[in-house]
Design a protein around this ligand. Structure first.
Ligand SMILES: Cc1ncc(COP(=O)(O)O)c(C=O)c1O
Length: 404
């Protein structure tokens, strides 16, 4: 039994919430239920909140650094949740996964190098490749009956047909679990991917920010864990950078703290050199929230995972039973629902988005924000009270029924 209340309809208006207070700016109307940006509509774990309150009481908020205790809390969390062992000097602290991906590309690429991504995928992946003057190489996921898989044949083809300078197909950015389609990659899928990248000496940037958000019945495999387990893969550690955070898991994304794991000392030095002049330490609130979450937030997380799993199941069943023509992609984790409108009668992404905001009264992410493969899809954030999901889906059902 626990006392966590994920059903409570919190009022997030006038809190500088990007999701709630930018509705007018983003959707042209304040009058919709915002279910877009990936944060949660409930309070963080009590342990995190209490730690921040007591730190605020101290009244001095100068420059801070990650103490050995914070590093230790990460090591223990990764061991306990994933059986992953990381040495303390592998850990770098960052203000977010997105800047960390940019620093990594800056460290390992030259202008004109190729970087592979798997759309539909989190848009900053596209942008970080472009920021670093690299060539964006799209290996689109394959979708069948609402279930997404990696296109291994397509990847082999990209490699075989690479016409640029030898060795310049430089990096692959993996989203694991995958935003927006909600796949939690299986062990054998990841091993297969690693083997191809290792063979080609392609760096692997693995964004595991959603690693803790796994629906019941599935399991997340950190890339570094797989490398440690398989004798022939261990050496590939020198080409892997992993990005993780407590930010999605504990709804503390606004505190801008993440950590980057680099096992290889040479790669770590390159990474640190790439950061120099761009990054100036972390917020004491972000670091303390991370520590409190990992030290004292596990019970809250387990309760949240039960709730999120039930939210996804509710959404899945409602759509199946009540909204003909709309398809929900089969998700195994994250709290994002990927809705397929291709069988409905919309003519363009703009028309679909406008309909969702103005007619259904819902603020979702337009699918093609995640690349062309997301055209005619919308992303719905399920990290909110079930009651709100129910209201939203009813509004969607009604609006769609009035279309015909
Ligand atoms: C896959 C993925 N990576 C990174 C981020 C953002 O990370 P950060 O806020 O740490 O830059 C998100 C946020 O939605 C995400 O879904």
């Amino acid at each position: 039994m626990n006392n966590y209340n994920f059903d409570k309809l919190e009022d997030r208006t006038n809190t500088m919430s990007a999701k709630w207070d930018q509705r007018e700016a983003i959707f042209g109307t304040q009058n919709l239920i915002p279910m877009w940006v990936a944060d949660s509509d409930w309070q963080t774990a009590p342990a995190v909140k209490n730690e921040l309150i007591s730190r605020a009481e101290e009244g001095i908020f100068g420059y801070s650094f990650a103490t050995a205790e914070i590093t230790n809390s990460i090591q223990e969390w990764l061991k306990k949740r994933f059986d992953l062992t990381v040495a303390s000097d592998w850990l770098q602290y960052d203000t977010g996964v997105v800047p960390a991906i940019n620093f990594t590309l800056k460290a390992i690429t030259e202008a004109g190098d190729g970087v592979i991504i798997q759309p539909p995928v989190y848009r900053p992946f596209f942008e970080s490749v472009k920021n670093n003057d690299c060539l964006l190489v799209e290996n689109t996921l394959v979708e069948e009956d609402g279930y997404y898989q990696m296109d291994f044949a397509g990847l082999e083809e990209i490699i075989a047909n690479w016409q640029e300078k030898p060795g310049s197909l430089k990096a692959f950015i993996l989203c694991s679990p995958h935003n927006p389609v909600g796949r939690v990659w299986k062990r054998d899928e990841l091993i297969r991917l690693i083997k191809i990248l290792q063979r080609e000496k392609i760096y692997l940037l693995t964004d595991e920010i959603h690693a803790d958000l796994i629906y019941r019945g599935y399991q997340h495999y950190p890339i570094l864990k797989l490398l440690a387990e398989e004798k022939n893969l261990k050496d590939y550690q020198n080409q892997v950078v992993a990005f993780m955070a407590a930010s999605k898991t504990f709804n503390i994304a606004g505190l801008h703290t993440s950590y980057t794991i680099i096992a290889d000392p040479k790669l770590r030095h390159k990474y640190q050199a790439a950061k120099a002049g761009f990054a100036t330490g972390n917020s004491p609130f972000g670091l303390l929230a991370l520590q409190a979450a990992y030290q004292n937030g596990e019970e809250w997380l387990e309760a949240q995972l039960d709730y999120l799993t039930a939210n996804y199941q509710f959404c899945r069943d409602f759509i199946k039973q009540e909204i003909p023509g709309l398809k929900l992609s089969r998700a195994e984790g994250t709290y994002l629902a990927w809705l397929d409108f291709r069988q409905l009668s919309f003519e363009s992404d703009q028309e679909l988005s406008k309909f969702i905001a103005k007619e259904a009264g819902l603020g979702m992410n337009q699918g093609n924000w995640f690349g062309r493969a997301g055209s005619m899809f919308m992303r719905l954030n399920l990290a909110c009270p079930r009651q709100r999901i129910k209201t939203a889906l009813k509004q969607l059902k009604k609006a769609l029924s009035e279309l015909n």
